[in-house]
Design a binder for this molecule. Structure first.
Ligand code: NAD
Length: 445
């Protein structure tokens, strides 16, 4: 089966979820583009968008229509050439409308797994539950196409384990999109020891066609991305405990660490905001998968367990707005910090008044994350900023230095353990997948 033949009949599981909807969009656009190639005119491209939630599937259809329209408008010139054989399409608006219709005709929303049994590629983005994934893959293996390939979006579960438990004989690969898949440039690619070479070759070709940057990871629970993020998160929580033991209140500690991990580490958001964005439930689940599979290291947070037991979840509401977690949000911006005992939020404004004094004066050379990304020589500016930070001896400097050192240590361990092939892959992953302004493996700290 060549590349377009392989993509003639595709399924996406968990199609209406955060990741699944983006994967449906990217894949349907690629299939629509292939269908416009004269060499493929005899082929019929079909994508089964499978989800257990019929309501969410309705939302998927509106999302796809909107996004396909945007994609069509962006490539109107190329589409005019592709539809040159269609004399009935005269105006740009005719061409755009036709392309959107072609994309929508490819996608078949369904709640039935059995609709995927003719698919030769199944992208899986169902919930991060090892037992659920194994069950879905086993059913597909038993009833599906004899040469089906599975591309799982798992954030943490080793591919070889899924392969063994679902008896897929190497017909599975970890094709880990980042959130949101349509926007994020990164795909983290993890092969199990038995993953077939044809899947690896196809993955490289597909990633290139949909313009993604690929970073390979070894088949270790959490891979590189969550291997760094989960340990980084545990460091932040441990630091909150340390600051509390030093006499700061818990809400002050969370405020200060969140602020320093954003502003001093030059990151797009503070660590507690990132935990809330991903969702405390998702973090707990990834930590559990890693903790169960990585010996000799405690990858667990009693605090996250406690907050989830009390109903604090973070993540997003169905309309995409941010749910409260460690932080409270107004119009997407942190407005309060949670006290785990009373579950009340202390307003950020009242914390800023005392905590910013405790953190100490910020060096004038501080560079914002946006400015660092926009600057051609941000390395020099960042190095100068950290040189100034070291001289201040403030509480913020201490938190930032400990944080930066730990992040670097985590990155180096990922390389030493063979999870990442080299320092550059760790740095590239954090730069492209987490939008850090510099890689964790550096000599700043
Ligand atoms: N959210 C992220 O930031 C992110 C990033 C990278 C990878 N991932 C991974 O992607 C996968 C999906 O995560 P998500 O955040 O999109 O989750 P999500 O909860 O938004 O979506 C999961 C979807 O799967 C559907 N589903 C559940 N059981 C199903 C079944 N039996 N058959 C078909 N559909 C089913 C749900 O209805 C839901 O629509 C997980 O493996 C996760 O670890 C998530």
């Amino acid at each position: 089966m060549n590349y377009p033949e392989r993509l003639e009949n595709v399924a996406v599981l968990g199609a209406a979820g955060k990741m699944g909807s983006g994967i449906v969009l990217l894949t349907a656009l690629e299939m629509a583009d292939l269908s416009l190639d004269p060499a493929n005119r005899d082929k019929e491209f079909t994508l089964h968008a499978v989800d257990v939630s019929p309501t969410a599937l309705k939302g998927l259809v509106s999302y796809l229509r909107e996004q396909a329209l945007k994609a069509a408008e962006k490539k109107a010139v190329a589409l005019r050439k592709a539809y040159a054989h269609r004399e009935d399409l005269v105006l740009n608006s005719d061409i755009i409308r036709q392309y959107v219709q072609d994309v929508m005709d490819i996608v078949h929303p369904t709640t039935h797994l059995s609709d995927t049994f003719g698919s030769t590629i199944v992208f899986e983005a169902a919930s991060e539950n090892p037992a659920l994934k194994v069950k879905l893959f086993s059913e597909i293996r038993a009833h599906g196409h004899p040469d089906v390939w599975i591309f799982t979006n798992t954030s943490s579960i080793p591919i070889s384990e899924l392969d063994r438990k679902a008896e897929l004989s190497g017909r599975i690969i970890g094709f880990h999109f980042y959130n949101p898949p349509a926007v994020q440039k990164l795909v983290e690619l993890a092969s199990g020891g038995t993953t077939r070479q044809e899947l690896k070759d196809f993955s490289a070709a597909f990633a290139k066609r949909i313009r993604k940057v690929v970073v390979p990871s070894s088949d270790t629970a959490g891979f590189i991305g969550n291997g760094h993020f989960m340990r980084d998160l545990l460091h932040a929580i441990a630091e909150a405990g340390r600051l509390t033991a030093e006499g700061h209140s818990f809400v002050e500690a969370v405020y200060m660490i969140n602020k320093v991990s954003q502003e001093y580490l030059v990151r797009p958001m503070g660590i507690f905001q990132l935990i809330d964005y991903v969702g405390l439930d998702v973090c707990q689940c990834i930590l559990k998968v890693m903790d169960d599979r990585i010996p000799g290291e405690l990858l667990h947070s009693a605090l996250i367990d406690e907050l989830l037991a009390k109903g604090v979840r973070g993540g997003q509401f169905p309309d995409g707005s941010q749910r409260d977690g460690f932080l409270q949000y107004v119009k997407g911006r942190p407005s309060g910090v949670l006290d785990p005992e009373s579950l009340a939020y202390t307003p950020v404004d009242s914390l800023a008044a005392t905590c910013d004094v405790k953190l100490g004066a910020t060096p004038a050379s501080m560079i914002s994350w946006k400015a660092a990304l926009a600057s051609a020589n941000s390395d020099q500016s960042i190095a100068a900023f950290y040189a100034d930070v070291r001289k201040t001896g403030t509480l913020a400097a201490d938190i930032a230095t400990r944080y930066g050192k730990r992040s670097c240590e985590i990155g180096r361990k990922l390389v030493a353990d063979g999870v990442a092939a080299n320092d550059e892959d760790v740095n590239r992953l954090l730069l492209t997948g987490f939008f850090h302004a510099y890689g964790p493996i550096n000599s700043y700290f």
